[in-house]
Design a protein around this ligand. Sequence first.
Ligand SMILES: [Ca+2]
Ligand SMILES: [Ca+2]
Length: 266
Amino acid sequence: MLYLINQKNKPLGKKQKRGAFRGFAATGFIAIIFIAFFLHISIALAADTSINSATPPEKSVQGAGGILEILFPFDILTRISDALDKVWEKVPGATVFKETFQGKQAGNVQNLGYFPGASGGAFTDLTPPFIGTSNVIGVGTPMDTEEIEGEFRWADKSYRAATPSSFTIVTSLPTDNLDGLDHMVTWRIGDPLTSNKYIAFFEDRNAGSDRDFNDGFFTFEGYCPVGDCPAVTAIPEIPNRFATLLFLMLGSVIFFIRKQAFKIAA
Ligand SMILES: [Ca+2]
Ligand SMILES: [Ca+2]
């Protein structure tokens, strides 16, 4: 049994016990907040797939003069966590569904498509495939406007124009891919809370590739990652600096309560 004594080595009175209990409770609460805070940071750090810079004349996805800056100089872009961009679905209530080829930085033909469901299924292509020049940005060619029903994974089929029967297909779900790696990185375009427009970049080769994710890139509208549909399920995220401020304020209040509790206990 826990036997509480004060600084004079005498058992605590009722008031002192209550103070000591508050002290223990506050300490436990602080510990939980710390654990949650660092867990949150580690999840955030683990979530994003790293993207290598491209070798010129190819353009990199990110950075000054990169593809994102060229295509969206005035838009807000929000990176979608790679924990979330694996499986997609229609945005409930959306009426416009479209995919647009925005460009490629690869010699291979790039053909966007999808696999129905959250696993398995067969590749369904969205035409047309893009055969032309190696390095193009901002092409803006519309593709099929059929509605993709249910959950699905985006997929990129690539091949040399001269040998279309020898192709590679990668999808947004890492476990679909031969090397088990992530092959699609995604940004939301526009309002981070309500926009249903995205751009996705594919790395078209498996193990041993340069992983610069600029091989084929497409914009989507009317679909969202399962579990991250902005119009329906998005909870406004508190910007990091406010979360930190809130965390510090809460910590200070708890520290004050804890100090007072121990004062009473002593
Ligand atoms: Ca991804
Ligand atoms: Ca590449």
